[in-house]
Design a protein around this ligand. Structure first.
Ligand SMILES: NC(=O)c1ccc[n+]([C@@H]2O[C@H](COP(=O)([O-])OP(=O)(O)OC[C@H]3O[C@@H](n4cnc5c(N)ncnc54)[C@H](O)[C@@H]3O)[C@@H](O)[C@H]2O)c1
Length: 337
């Protein structure tokens, strides 16, 4: 640590690295990016120039060139295991972008290395810190909608240039991404359902490929039965045309309903106002990165546990893998088999 800031290498300087940097700046997170690591020199330089860091072509070069406490690992999914393990083996605290890894075996190997390393190992599942998601959790706990009957998570979004740009985006390649929309963006919509409803028991899913260039699924329509017995719907699509505005989440209870809108508002429908009542402050998806990065810095500084241990991210991967099995068998599939 220097001046209380965590000296950090940004490993993988693509789209999400810039969002991380934005959040660090916006929220004065005590993280100092001192090395920008990317085999694509232009990517490394963009982050290095923004952060006043050294541009490096590999993590090994960054370790040799700088004093590091930590690494933020934001590389394509098939590289999560090797890069995270390299950073952990070097004694660094690691914030690894989701998913933990595309396979359960890889996850097990990484978690074993992290346990042995004894440094902080967090999965960057920013939905854990999404302000509206936390507001909904509090409202459910307060009984604002009575007992939860069901919920729906819906992530319909276009192929944004930031994440699907270039000639052949790695997200279109099944071997690299490990799946389609469920394993990628889907995790941010599955985590809130788990926060509100507990652990998932079984799923039934239908998958589609409206986006023909994408080898993995670009459409998923699924039901998730939670251990509590509550059934939730999960819809995800990488849209190929215009899409209508709809709530990102709806939670329906015995006395009312809660929605999270794309505009960043939580709305409570309790019968008092037909348009619903806005609750709390306007949040927004981007605000979730601020909480996540603050939690990483705080966990390193204080040695206190993070909001969610890395192991918890196995839950979203297991749900995704069960959905993939279900699409094959056309039956309900257990999540924790
Ligand atoms: N939390 C979120 O909301 C969110 C959003 C988007 C992406 N992500 C995650 O972030 C990660 C990166 O996604 P992205 O959209 O930024 O991808 P990207 O393609 O924009 O960036 C990835 C970068 O990694 C670099 N890279 C490849 N191999 C490397 C290596 N060995 N060492 C260092 N850098 C290497 C690439 O050159 C590229 O610049 C993925 O895990 C993705 O799922 C999370």
């Amino acid at each position: 640590m220097s001046n209380g800031a965590v000296r950090t290498a940004m490993v993988g300087c693509g789209a999400i690295a810039h969002w991380h940097l934005d959040a660090i700046d916006r929220a004065s997170v005590p993280i100092e990016i001192v090395a920008a690591v990317d085999p694509v020199d232009a990517h490394a330089r963009q982050i290095a120039d923004r952060a006043g860091a050294v541009a490096c072509s590999s993590l090994a070069a960054a370790i040799a060139a700088t004093e590091l406490d930590a690494a933020i690992v934001a590389v394509p999914h098939h590289l999560h295991e090797s890069v995270a393990i390299e950073a952990l083996d070097a004694g660094l605290h690691v914030l690894l972008e989701k998913p933990l890894a595309p396979t359960l075996d890889a996850c097990d190997r990484m978690l074993a290395v992290a346990r042995a390393a004894g440094t902080v190992f967090m999965v960057a599942e920013n939905a854990q810190y999404w302000p509206e998601v936390l507001t909904v959790r509090a409202l459910i706990e307060q009984g604002a909608i009575g007992d939860v009957i069901t919920a729906r998570a819906a992530t319909f979004f276009p192929a944004l240039g930031d994440f699907y740009g270039g000639e052949r985006p790695w997200r279109f390649d099944l071997a690299t991404a490990g799946g389609g929309v469920v394993v990628d963006t889907g995790s941010h919509w599955l985590r809130p359902l788990r926060i509100w409803l507990g652990e998932a028991d079984e799923v039934i899913a239908a998958l589609g490929r409206p986006h023909a260039e994408m080898e993995g699924e670009s459409l998923c329509r699924a039901l998730i039965r939670f251990e509590s017995g509550v059934v939730a719907a999960f819809d995800a699509m990488l849209a190929i045309g215009a899409i209508a505005n709809q709530p990102l989440f709806t939670v329906t209870g015995t006395r009312g309903e809660l929605t999270i809108e794309g505009s960043g508002w939580v709305k409570l429908f309790d019968g008092s106002e037909w348009k619903g009542t806005k609750v709390g402050e306007r949040g927004g998806y981007l605000a979730s990165y601020e909480g996540e990065l603050h939690d990483f810095a705080r966990t390193i500084a204080q040695g206190a546990p993070p909001a969610a241990p890395a192991e918890y991210a196995l839950g979203e991967l297991r749900i995704a893998l069960a959905m993939y099995r279900s699409a094959e068998t056309k039956r309900w599939e257990k999540v924790w088999q």
